[in-house]
Design a protein around this ligand. Structure first.
Ligand SMILES: [Zn+2]
Ligand SMILES: [Zn+2]
Length: 292
């Protein structure tokens, strides 16, 4: 379903389906047509396949944002420099998720099957500040890492519309469940996007957000620090990563147990890395303890 944001800008509202994560896209129809992300769900395929997309842009390498790239063979595919390998190489994808390091084989198998995962040629790379001039509309790429190393948001300054991708402002909070995710980078990215003072935020996993935008960024950020307080309190006594993950402090909401267990482990792993860098947690023989 297409939801107008302005005359030329539309949100592609993802079509929900069971057992598959889907994501909203942004469509800009001007002298040239640009589509950001292609994980809109099977229910949008018939609507989208007839749109003459000139530029197809991926916000980052995750499967729920690239799944239908193949639907646009005539479009030029643009991918983020820092995330390109995760789109072109199955092995990079596996390594960045950390499936092999943190016991995620079953999740890996599930994703490759459920998302019909494919490798794409990634000839057109973009980096911070890249602009697509589409006629009257300009779309600018903002490197906002943390969720992934090469995560990008997209700013339409004249219209003050922000496609925030997976700085998604979901009530469950920021997602940093790849071993290559980085909590400190995520914090900086949330602050950067808030400072733009957008009039409309299009989230990949919510909808159009037009009200209380400042507060929503603040609340989203706060979730990180609330998780952190729970972690540090629990680590007054030393615990293993597995024991910490069993508490489900960080990411305890995924419906499927097998998926939840793995991503909780990775969230603990990435958050502990931040706390160790800060000197607030120390590790001895695989057990972690708060030093605060
Ligand atoms: Zn993502
Ligand atoms: Zn996503």
């Amino acid at each position: 379903m297409l939801i107008p944001v302005t005359d030329r800008i539309k949100m592609v509202k993802a079509a929900n389906e069971t057992g598959l994560l889907v994501a909203n896209s942004l469509l800009v129809e001007d002298e040239q047509t640009l589509l950001i992300d292609a994980g809109f769900g099977h229910g949008n395929v018939d609507t989208l396949r007839d749109i003459p997309v000139d530029y197809l842009v991926n916000s980052h390498f995750h499967e729920d944002h690239v799944m239908f790239n193949w639907l646009f063979p005539r479009a030029q595919l643009f991918v983020p420099l820092e995330d390109a390998e995760g789109i072109s190489s199955r092995q990079a994808y596996i390594d960045w998720y950390g499936f092999q390091i943190l016991d995620g084989q079953s999740v890996q198998d599930w994703i490759f099957a459920a998302f019909d995962w494919r490798e794409y040629h990634t000839d057109n790379l973009f980096t911070e500040g890249h602009k697509w001039e589409l006629g009257n509309t300009t779309v600018q790429a903002l490197h906002t890492p943390g969720h992934t190393q090469g995560h990008y948001a997209f700013w339409l300054e004249k219209e003050r519309v922000l496609f925030a991708a997976d700085v998604a402002l979901t009530p469950t909070g920021p997602w940093y469940g790849n071993i290559t995710s980085d909590v400190d980078d995520f914090i900086a990215s949330i602050k950067r996007l808030k400072a733009l003072k957008p009039q409309v935020v299009v989230s990949a996993h919510r909808s159009l957000i037009e009200k209380n935008i400042d507060q929503q960024f603040d609340r989203y950020l706060e979730v990180i620090f609330e998780r952190e307080e729970k972690l540090l309190a629990y680590l007054q006594k030393a615990h293993t990563l597995e024991e910490i993950a069993a508490q489900k402090f960080l990411y305890g909401y995924q419906p499927a147990e097998i998926v939840q267990g793995f991503f909780e482990r990775v969230h603990v792993y990435t958050h502990l890395r931040r706390l160790r860098n800060l000197g607030w947690v120390e590790e001895q023989n695989g057990r972690y303890r708060s030093t605060r």
